[in-house]
Design a binder for this molecule. Structure first.
Ligand SMILES: Nc1ncnc2c1ncn2[C@@H]1O[C@H](COP(=O)(O)OP(=O)(O)OP(=O)(O)O)[C@@H](O)[C@H]1O
Length: 228
């Protein structure tokens, strides 16, 4: 099986001409099948930029980035959109839609399955919500859930379509110590039981223990890799 993420010689700059500012330099990174890798480093070191390149949310400029077997350097917008459908995203601010219930938010991630009837989508969403410990909360809107519960909904949404990869950006940053650790362990356990690799950006030293490997960035470069 090929590694879900293989990056070499990746460079990226914001701005053009005199305003051009390199933020990633000669980055090399591999994430292997089923692995949980945390990406840490000071603010501004380029972690989120790297995550958005891997997630095909922005176009590559330099180097090679193969994600789930597809090369992103030179990929068209259409190819990038297609790849994004195979990735589960989790962000700091959960990005749930406030006018939908928890179940509807999760079911939305299945809308790419054109052949799946609405009833089936809602049934699977309910199953996923139960798996993340939210039985009984399925019909509440995000505003009636706690921060930790909202991130559980975001985990259910990210995993319900069985993605080949999960990318998470500071998923515990807005949570207190206990719910942050619970959410991080839940995400790890759910991904491990499915063999789904995770790459997670985090500043949170309390969750380093969920990692198979911790990769540290500084000033646009990877400076350290350590098994946890
Ligand atoms: N859209 C943008 N336009 C211009 N510069 C940007 C843009 N997004 C990020 N940057 C700059 O690129 C650098 C890297 O930012 P990035 O968000 O990738 O770092 P980070 O390590 O994720 O930081 P943080 O931990 O604070 O989120 C920073 O100096 C930032 O100011």
């Amino acid at each position: 099986m090929t590694d879900p993420i293989r990056i070499s010689g990746l460079g990226y700059a914001y701005g053009e001409g005199e305003l051009r500012r390199p933020v990633l330099r000669d980055v090399a990174l591999h994430v292997r099948a089923g692995e949980v890798v945390l990406l840490t480093g000071p603010s501004g070191s380029g972690k989120t930029t790297l995550l958005t390149l891997i997630g095909a949310l922005r176009a590559m400029q330099e180097g090679s980035c193969r994600v789930l077997g597809r090369e992103l350097m030179g990929a068209s917008e259409r190819e990038r959109v297609r790849l994004r459908r195979s990735i589960g995203f989790i962000f700091q601010n959960h990005n749930l839609l406030g006018f939908l219930t928890a179940r509807q938010n999760v079911a939305m991630a299945l809308e790419i399955e054109a052949a799946m009837p609405e009833r089936e989508r809602l049934r699977r969403a309910g199953e996923m919500l139960a798996a993340v410990g939210l039985e009984g909360h399925e019909d509440k809107p995000p505003a009636r859930l706690s921060g930790g519960q909202r991130q559980r909904v975001a985990i259910a949404r990210a995993l319900v379509a069985c993605p080949g990869l999960v990318l998470a950006d500071e998923p515990t940053a807005a949570l207190d110590k206990v719910s942050g650790a619970e959410v991080a362990h839940l995400l790890r356990d759910m991904a491990k039981s499915r063999g789904t690799p995770i790459l997670m950006v985090t500043h949170d030293p309390r969750i380093l223990d969920i990692a198979d490997r911790v990769v540290a960035m500084e000033d646009g470069r990877i400076v350290e890799e350590a098994g946890a």
